[in-house]
Ligand binder design. Structure first.
Ligand code: C2O
Ligand code: CU
Ligand code: CU
Length: 457
């Protein structure tokens, strides 16, 4: 019986994804609109690199961690336990919550300690987010050791037809020593210096912790992919060669309408939602690839920067084509933040390792913003490599890049600022007084001090 069942699985395996989504965290509450879960960060013995079991850090014993899947309006309670041998936090990247629930380096959880993260998910916040540690100077290390996971917020009613199947793709990369454990060179070695400059990249590229998984699509089928860049430093330029992608959302959820594009640059910590249309013939094959993207300073640009890499095999089922579902032209309104009601304009300059000429000091407040006001922030990258800007707690809209107005309005919490470019964004500080991080999301840069503190009051 068991063998027969196994054979059955094998015979259909050509038509099943090998890409596996992390399990969804189990809701312990039965009350409506309450999501209560437990998360533990602990050392584990797992294979990050397939075939080599080593010492890793894991949320609930797996990498990536389980997915926190909630709805707009839910109250979320996360019972967190730190069983790591070092302090950590959980930062809910992109969430709008009380400052002391944000998991910033100001609120470390000691080894062996427990805490509850409690926050309410607002209306209109449906989108793809993620969670990761954010402890002082150790974020890059803890993420590389295996600590990262997805957070999905759903609307009560999505404008996209329910018939569209959904896939989650958490992208990460890593570099390993001969024993299969993450490789961290001595910071003073030449390799360590290159990591510091570029941010730590690795040659092994993962999707949900898997290398080269398969997604099966039917000819004619439309799939919704939520993609998260959980890499410390690698920037992806996503494409399915031979296909036009329908870009429908970014960090803070869906756009007003789908945008047809050939490729999408996805910087560190950014997310996108795509509609992938099965335009290929039954039995054919395509791939999700990352195309070359030059984010580097010429001195430390890796020799293979101009190579493309396959991330996912896209396999067409050998079954007859299906009729594509109709994709709505209108997704949801995104009201523009009012540029005529701006209380202050702030300038944030990026140089290598520094923001406004300073390295991070947790005891210093760099910027202050009054609650209930809207501000324009101008992010100036003064150096010869890209730095992705991220603001905690408050989503924003990009106004222009180098003076060129942004064509598509979208909710963002991270934006790549290419070398020697300027990005202007608009943000409303509606509520939650406290201290918030803003930083470059290349984790090596953030750990090195390319971060500042904003106080809302
Ligand atoms: Cu993804 Cu300061 O965080
Ligand atoms: Cu964040
Ligand atoms: Cu940077």
């Amino acid at each position: 019986m068991i063998f027969a069942a196994l054979l059955g699985v094998l015979s259909v395996s050509a038509q099943a994804d090998t890409l596996a989504a992390p399990p969804v965290l189990k809701n312990l509450s039965t009350a409506p609109h309450i999501v209560e879960v437990t998360l533990t960060a602990a050392p584990a013995r797992l294979a990050l690199l397939p075939g080599k079991v080593t010492d890793v850090f894991a949320y609930n014993g797996r990498v990536p961690g389980p997915t926190l899947d909630v709805q707009e309006g839910d109250s979320v309670i996360v019972h967190f336990q730190n069983q790591l041998p070092e302090s950590t936090t959980i930062h809910w990247h992109g969430m709008h919550l009380a400052a002391n629930m944000d998991g910033s380096p100001l609120y470390p959880i000691a080894p062996g300690a427990r805490t509850d993260y409690v926050f309410k998910v607002g209306e209109g916040k449906a989108g793809t987010y993620w969670y990761h540690p954010h402890v002082d100077k150790r974020t890059g290390y803890q993420v590389a050791k295996g600590l990262y996971g997805a957070l999905i917020v759903r609307a009560a009613k999505s404008p996209l037809p329910a018939a569209i199947p959904e896939k989650l793709l958490i992208l990460s990369d890593n570099r390993f020593g001969p024993d299969g454990s993450p490789d961290f060179p001595d910071p003073n070695s030449p390799a360590g210096q290159v990591d510091m400059e570029n941010g730590r990249e690795g040659p092994v590229m993962f999707v949900n912790g898997q290398v080269g998984p398969t997604i099966v699509i039917k000819s004619g089928e439309v799939q919704r992919w939520r993609v998260i860049n959980a890499s410390a430093a690698r920037v992806y330029r996503l494409a399915v060669p031979g296909q036009t992608l329908l870009w429908v959302g970014s960090d803070g959820g869906l756009f007003e309408k789908p945008e047809a594009v050939q490729d999408i640059v996805l910087a560190n910590s950014e997310r996108v939602e795509l509609l992938v249309r099965g335009t290929g013939a039954p039995g054919s094959e395509a791939a999700l690839v990352t195309l070359p993207y030059d984010r580097y300073d010429t001195h430390t640009r890796p020799a293979d920067w101009n190579q493309s890499h396959d991330l996912v095999r896209l396999v067409y089922a050998p079954t007859p084509p299906v009729t594509p579902v109709a994709i709505p032209d209108v997704l949801r309104p995104i009201p523009a933040l009012d540029t005529t009601q701006v209380a202050a304009t702030k300038v944030v300059t990026f140089t290598q390792g520094l923001i406004n000429g300073k390295a991070m000091d947790m005891n210093r407040i760099d910027l202050r913003s009054r609650l209930g006001t809207t501000e324009i922030w101008e992010i100036d990258n003064l150096v010869g490599m890209d730095h992705p800007f991220h603001l905690h707690g408050f989503r924003f809209q990009v106004l222009d890049r180098n003076g060129v107005p942004e064509r598509v309005r979208r909710w963002k919490d991270s934006v790549n600022v290419p070398r020697h470019e300027t990005v202007r964004l608009i943000v409303n500080f509606d509520d939650f007084a406290g201290k918030w991080m803003f930083h470059c999301h290349i984790l090596d840069h953030e750990d090195e001090g390319m971060m500042g503190v904003l106080e809302t009051y």
